[in-house]
Design a protein. Structure first.
Lengths: 584, 175
């Protein structure tokens, strides 16, 4: 429009619409000039008469051809026109400006929507939370952070297409991308434009601007004679679209003549390749600056370590205790660990338990674990371990303290003193007990019991000796009597422990010297003397008596034997246990 | 050796064999199966002509049906076109004539050929020598082809390519 416009006779304001008509005659003269015939008389005359006017005309022509000289005039004309009435100029420009402005606004809005959608999309995801945290930490707005992360894209292909014919003018790809028949794609790109326009009956300037194919987006920008299409992987920023449009405008400007006369030879458009190459952008999100990475990693590590200490160490301790607990359970007789597991955050042990075995809950407590940490599920069973067989026998037979039960192989041995009724019952029940094959009993009198026999012997071995014809305790006799009392007390406590009663009879004896009457009297007196001497120090439960031993009619072999006969000894009697109340 | 791209459109009534001709020309294949073309299909065939390599971009347009006229907007920017008729159906020849007239108005002065396809079905042919002569009398170039046998296909596209090259006006010298 500019070169031909505005050739007013004066710089006065012409109506803009009148300008084109004025252009034609103004352009004529220069082309006609070279055809003039050589100067003759008439020409010379013309030069003489009209010389000044012709020179003025020529200067005017030169001025008209110089756009710089013309610019002030055109500017003045436009200014005056707008000042007088802006409408004609606005009307003239509207068809050009309107769509462009509309498009610019809609693209800006689309850009806004894109970031808004992105923000909403990411708001509730884990990544979104991470970005919120980043926004908080860096002090930037959440929107900025989202944009920073989502603007990951690569322009993989650029097509410059002749709009009218759909022929490919230029095609560029990023090195790693294999493009398929770009000339056919170019044709389809224009065909699709026509198809979309026809199908949806929109105005001729409208166009299919975006195509989405999987991860790829095709952005198409349309100029007056060309299409510029960019195949983008990822989310490109809206600025890229502006860049596409700018590039397209520049190319159309530069190649305007070739585009007007394009006839299938695309070689001239190789000039535009450097310009198009700048569109093969790639934006990757670098993993943050090198300087910032370390402290971030350290913080993450520190947090991880703190978490490990907080949750991991107690867990390790629990694990250690659990393992020791399991080892203890496995060692415990009567407990059989069948299965261990970790369920819902706590340990579980399943197994068999003999009712006589140790209590797992008590063992758990000993290992400083709670029911929260570990749970036991035990099925009852009968263990045939010797200890358990014996304990079951003791429970079932309820032996008195004077009976000792023992297991020899699978033979149950009951030894000791007990009422006959107990032996009868035991003999009936024992073979029926699990783990007991046969039953053997050793009946004993109480004084034969292993716990008592030595003590009885010790008591009965003592002799409190007297001088010949005397029933008075001398110092040696007193000492011996004290020792005897000690033995009796020891025996009594053992007997009492077995729930029996002890009877002691102090029996006096005499030697064969002197007559029998006095000897009998001596025997009596000696026994009484010892009994009375010891009685206050003996347990009150003790049954005691004094007796005489029948005279020893055999002749004493020597003096020592005769002296031994002048003595008092203690005779022990322990009655059989009385039948206890039957144990249920 | 210079490379030129030329857009060539295939016009004609539904089922005259436009797609089959392109397929025979580009891939040397023929299929008995009929498949209607929706919208447009684009193919390419490279034709070496002397010192020039011609890249024919073949736009195979949806056939013209009674109830729906072809969208001839696709014709814009064509360097040439083929109007195809079916030798066995007289109405397709009428459609071809109408299409030829509309195309000439839309892209005036570009080379084009009238193609009578399916000439292998000689017995059923309705295009009489008289009718042929009449069409040629209008100055039209009429070629006879069979996409099935391949008869005349190479020649037809070759002829069009030749004409495209003849009408090609180099631009660079003018600038």
């Amino acid at each position: 429009m500019t070169p031909d416009v505005g050739v007013p006779r004066k710089p006065a304001p012409p109506a803009p619409a009148a300008a084109p008509e004025a252009a034609a005659p103004a352009a004529e003269p220069p082309s006609r000039r070279p055809a003039e015939p050589p100067p003759d008389g008439l020409t010379r005359l013309r030069a003489i008469l009209l010389g000044r006017e012709r020179d003025a005309l020529r200067r005017l022509e030169q001025r008209l051809e110089d756009p710089v000289a013309l610019a002030p005039v055109v500017e003045r004309a436009l200014t005056t026109s707008v000042r007088r009435d802006p409408r004609p100029l606005a009307d003239a420009l509207f068809p050009v400006m309107g769509p462009a402005i509309r498009r610019a606004i809609s693209q800006a809005l689309a850009g806004l929507m894109q970031s808004l959608n992105g923000a909403l999309e990411q708001s509730f995801s884990l990544r979104g939370l991470a970005w919120r945290w980043e926004a908080l930490r860096t002090g930037s707005s959440y929107g900025e952070v989202v944009l920073r992360h989502t603007l990951l894209y690569r322009v993989e292909q650029v097509f410059l297409v002749h709009r009218e014919s759909g022929l490919l003018l230029a095609h560029l790809t990023t090195p790693s991308v294999a493009a398929q028949a770009p000339d056919m794609v170019a044709g389809m790109l224009t065909a699709i434009q026509d198809f979309a326009r026809d199908s949806f009956q929109v105005a001729q300037e409208e166009m299919l601007e975006t195509m989405q194919v999987g991860e790829l987006t095709v952005w198409v920008e349309q100029g007056s004679r060309t299409l510029l299409a960019a195949v983008i992987r990822g989310h490109a920023p809206m600025e890229l679209r502006a860049e596409l449009q700018r590039t397209l405008e520049e190319i159309e400007l530069e190649h305007a003549p070739e585009l007007t006369r394009f006839n299938g030879d695309a070689s001239v458009f190789s000039r535009s390749r450097p310009r198009l190459e700048t569109l093969l952008l790639m934006e990757t999100r670098a993993p943050a600056g090198a300087g910032r990475t370390p402290w971030r990693i350290w913080i993450i590590l520190a947090v991880a370590l703190a978490l490990l200490l907080y949750y991991g160490i107690p867990a390790l301790i629990r694990q250690h205790r659990w393992e020791r607990y399991l080892a203890r359970l496995r060692a415990e007789p009567g407990l059989v660990v069948v299965h261990t597991a970790r369920e819902d955050g706590r340990y579980v042990v399943r197994g068999l338990r003999d009712p006589l075995a140790g209590d797992p809950a008590a063992i758990l407590q000993q290992h400083r674990l709670t029911e929260e940490d570990a749970q036991g599920q035990w099925q009852p069973y009968v263990a045939l371990l010797p200890g358990f067989v014996l304990r079951r026998a003791e429970r079932a037979l309820a032996p008195p303290p004077t009976i000792t039960l023992a297991l020899s192989g699978d033979t149950l041995v009951a030894a000791g003193a007990a009422p006959p009724a107990w032996f009868d019952r035991a003999g009936g029940m024992a073979p029926a007990l699990s783990g007991v094959g046969s039953y053997v009993e050793h009946r004993m009198s109480p004084r034969e019991l292993p716990a008592l026999a030595p003590l009885v012997a010790a008591v009965e071995a003592r002799r409190v000796l007297f001088a010949s014809g005397s029933a008075t305790l001398d110092s040696a006799a007193i000492q011996e009597a004290g020792a005897l009392a000690g033995e009796i007390i020891r025996l009594d406590s053992a007997v009492t422990r077995l729930q029996l009663t002890l009877g002691v009879v102090f029996a006096g004896s005499a030697d064969d010297v002197g007559n029998e009457d006095s000897n009998e009297r001596l025997r009596q007196l000696r026994a009484e003397a010892v009994r009375e001497r010891l009685l206050p120090g003996l347990p009150p439960t003790l049954l005691s008596g004094a007796a005489t031993l029948p005279p020893d009619t055999t002749a004493a072999p020597d003096q020592a034997a005769r002296a031994l006969r002048r003595s008092v000894r203690a005779l022990v009697s322990i009655p059989d246990p009385v039948a206890p109340e039957p144990v249920p | 050796m210079s490379t030129l791209q030329k857009k060539v459109c295939m016009l004609g009534a539904v089922g005259v064999g436009k797609t089959s001709l392109v397929r025979r020309f580009v891939e040397s294949l023929f299929s008995e199966r009929y498949q209607a073309t929706m919208g447009v299909k684009i193919d390419r065939k490279t034709v070496p002509l002397g010192a020039t390599t011609l890249n024919l971009m073949l736009w195979d347009l949806q056939g013209e049906a009674e109830h729906q006229a072809s969208r001839l907007e696709y014709l814009r920017g064509s360097a040439g076109y083929l109007v195809v008729a079916d030798a066995t159906r007289a109405d397709t020849l009428a459609t071809a004539e109408s299409l030829a007239a509309r195309a000439a108005a839309l892209v005036p002065g570009v080379p084009w050929l009238l193609v009578i396809n399916k000439v292998d079905l000689e017995a059923e042919s309705v295009v009489t020598p008289a009718r042929l002569a009449e069409l040629q009398g209008r100055g039209w170039s009429v070629l006879r082809t069979s996409a099935r046998t391949g008869q005349g296909v190479e020649e037809t596209f070759g002829e069009l390519a030749q004409r495209l090259l003849e009408t090609h006006v180099p631009v660079t010298e003018e600038l």
